[in-house]
Design a protein around this ligand. Sequence first.
Ligand code: FAD
Length: 304
Amino acid sequence: MSDMFANSNQAHQSNEVRASFEFFPAKTDQASDRLIETVERLAVYEPAFVSVTYGAGGSTRDRTLDTLTRIAAETALPVAGHLTCVDAARAQVDAVIDAYAAAGIRRIVALRGDPREGVGAKYVPPVDGYRNAADLVAGIKARGNFDISVSAYPEKHPESADFDADLDMLAAKADAGADRALTQFFFNTDHFYRYLDRVAARGISIPIVPGIMPIGNFTQVSRFATACGTEVPSALQRRFDDQDDDEARFATSVAVASEQVIDLYDNGVRQFHFYTMNKSPLVAAVLDALARHLRGETLDIAAA
Ligand code: FAD
């Protein structure tokens, strides 16, 4: 456990770093048990919230709610339910919002979502549904006092014609009542800094929380990156090309993500949203590295 996160009062006084952790819903009872163990291992970092995704096209609606309810009951951590409005009538989406409220879930990550066929399939706004994520944020606000996170895209969303169009949607979501934006993952941190400049120039003032994806499996993450328009720098590729065993790959993954969060921290970032892929060791190692950095210890990560 890192001292930095051991006591939230101390953490707030000394450096105010807060993490949030994203999980996907478990498919089986066994996987659900393992997920709870993972969440418990990360609970020592006292996350601002832990969130559970909502499968493409709303395919995991019940499992998302079950997983959230279980995490809330067994860990007492603040939970956030993801919610998409793609391929769903307004009444169906509203029923999920009300189910979240009834289960005591007051935080929602509100998204347009991708069609069931996945990323790249053409999005068609549902005839009798919410038109887009901004419309959904307004709908959620109208049904209760929820804390709402939305998405943001430092390298722009693949469907956005340009950054202006992309920022128009972020501005609309902020105007509709979003409390913060969690970004798509990125590896070239310059994209994030340039994006913050663009967001500020556009007059958007909600916090933009960087999404951090520690690389558990380079091939898989590269595939995700290609699908969502995230640059994989060639230097990053080379670092993984050089590794030929699991231990070396793990050390490289820790080094890459630690360097990223430390760079962000040194540039003023205090909140981080981690894509955990339902695993704790990488995320824990990265947060421990950040804690050592805050204590002024030299990191021996360049060797990895
Ligand atoms: P929006 O915010 O509505 O749009 C994003 C950008 O795309 C906008 O800036 C806009 O310029 C552009 N855009 C949107 N629609 C159009 C259009 N019709 N034509 C042209 N441009 C358009 N997906 C899930 O299914 N379940 C999840 O739980 C989930 N969680 C996520 C969590 C985070 C933090 C992030 C970053 C993404 C998540 N996603 C999830 C993925 C997300 O659903 C997709 O990226 C989806 O394609 C866009 O949804 P959005 O809410 O980001 O869209």
